[in-house]
Write a protein that binds this ligand. Structure first.
Ligand code: GAR
Length: 217
């Protein structure tokens, strides 16, 4: 039986596409039950429709409070009874009640080597700070923005010729490797969450998770 997940997006959905592709290729035994976007024009909704996945647009601007939006979103997600909620470029600050409801069952991907560069414009900020390397993190979601136990990170060198766009491209290609990998681990019960920490194959992971290399499976 394939593993039920719901994916939340706000934009292009290239990470969603990586999950769709890997599940079609048989590398991931997941069932993407629904894709929900807070933006009706998110291109990721087209990607989902093309793959025959049910979609919903839930416009946060139609709600009078963050709590009201999150309550409706939670009901929409829970209708599908997913075992995992995957935030794939879902650009919303979440209420504590929402994050608690999915404690240990919700993943996020963030384009930086956390705890560095939480928030927006991470590529530009890493270049301006003269960082030698930059990357991406997959983590369990906690009530704090871009925090929560990190599972896996992947890094890339920042070259003198890099600008924010070229760096974003390099990081994106790493995202499409490590996000499906973390989802795979969770769906196979190799990855769990206990007392605020991520556990992979029975070992408690360090605060920055494990660093991806090609030998990891
Ligand atoms: C990705 O780069 C992801 O890391 C980032 O949004 C992008 C979505 O791309 N997420 C965050 O910044 C979360 N704080 P996609 O829509 O093509 O998957």
């Amino acid at each position: 039986m394939s593993f039920p997940i719901v994916v939340l997006i706000s934009g292009s959905g290239s990470n969603l596409q990586a999950l769709i592709d890997q599940s079609l290729q048989g590398q991931l035994n997941i069932n993407i039950c629904a894709v929900i976007s807070n933006k009706a024009d998110a291109y990721g909704l087209e990607r989902a429709k093309n793959a025959g996945i049910p979609t919903h647009a839930l416009d946060h601007k139609q709600f009078e409070s963050r709590e009201a939006f999150d309550t409706e979103l939670q009901q929409m997600i829970d209708y599908y009874q997913p075992k995992l909620v995957v935030l794939a470029g879902f650009m919303r600050i979440l209420t504590e009640g929402f994050t608690k409801h999915y404690d240990g069952k919700m993943l996020n991907i963030h384009p930086s080597l956390l705890p560095k560069y939480k928030g927006l414009n991470t590529h530009q900020r890493a270049i301006e700070a003269n960082e030698k390397e930059h990357g991406v993190s997959v983590h369990f979601v906690s009530s704090e923005l871009d925090a929560g136990a990190v599972i896996v990170q992947a890094s890339t060198d920042i070259e003198a010729s890099d600008d924010a766009d070229s760096l974003a491209k390099k990081v994106h290609s790493l995202e499409h490797i490590i996000y499906p990998l973390a989802v795979k681990w969770f769906s196979e019960n190799k990855l769990t969450f206990h007392n605020g920490t991520a556990i992979l194959n029975g070992s408690t992971l360090p605060p920055t998770g494990i660093l991806y290399n090609k030998d990891i499976e």
